[in-house]
Design a protein around this ligand. Sequence first.
Ligand SMILES: [Fe+2]
Ligand SMILES: [Fe+2]
Length: 372
Amino acid sequence: MTSTEGIIGRADINDIEQILMISNTDVDAAIHAVKDNAEAIFTWDYEKGARPALNKLYEKAKNSQWNGETDLDWSINVDQEAVVVANMAANSRGAGLDVSGTCFEKWGDKEWTELGIQSQNWTLSQFMHGEQGALLCTAKIVETVPWIDAKYYASTQVMDEARHVEVFAKYLNEKLSGHYPVNAHLKMLLDDIVTDSRWDMTYLGMQIMVEGLALAAFGFMHQMTTEPLLKQLLRYVMSDEARHVAFGVLSLKEYYQELSQDEIRERQEFAFEAAVRMRDRFLQQEVWDRMGVPVKEAVNVVMHDPGQILFQQMLFAKIVPNCKKLGLLDAGDGWLRTKFTELGVIDFEHMPDTEEEYETFALADGEVAGVR
Ligand SMILES: [Fe+2]
Ligand SMILES: [Fe+2]
């Protein structure tokens, strides 16, 4: 068993100084190579539908493909500043936050609006990088999973993820006002997932943790945004993501039956590590840097903002019930339950898991506009 420090590199999960010491150093590099240690697996068992739930998911995926170029109305004009102002008015974010005596004390509307713009550029950039992570991970799953039904399904997810990278990149390029490089905490997590030699760890890191968080984050943004193109884009992406998370739950539920207590403990530790990395990334340290405010002070203020605390907890609304469904919360001595309690997210355990609810995200007949 590994200590908290052994898993995440620090003993206190809320140690801001340690969190901020991790930053992205190769921001100008055009590519980033990661060693993939897994074996590519052929299977000679071609019996389709031996796993009916995966087969059903595969058939659904084939009928749910949309086209990022033609099914979204890219002619919609986005005035980013006006959108930020409208979003702030509609959602009263930051209300109730006491900034007296902090670096934000002298900020007026101009600075808060600029922060909204930078936050949006940053958030969408991280979504785009995360989507590329999903693209690579799913291609890896096609190679490494030993079941034919899972290889079939994963291949449809590769296409979905290509489309997601494409639409987030296009939105950033055409509608927003700047990019951010990948956040160091997110990058560290994606590297860990790709590097791991065990095929089920790709699923746990990507389908359960990263995509579970994405589904919640996209849902939040979909609800908050007043901009119709982004709203539509997120609606389409979420309909795919719900299938992806369900794919993870269905596959791991079967595989975890075979694992020993020690092997399950390793999965619990990996889930915890992923949870902490993703929470750390939402401190958006690069934005504070670009805004020219002292990063540590800014993060300190934000960490105590009730709105931000609620947002960060809400990101785990899908992860916790799915970990519970997989038996990870309570396996062994209930170690992961203790860790999720420390993170303040255990209350989500009673929310619906994604195997149960993924079909409610499906696009209705005629919902894809097709602005061809
Ligand atoms: Fe995606
Ligand atoms: Fe996905």
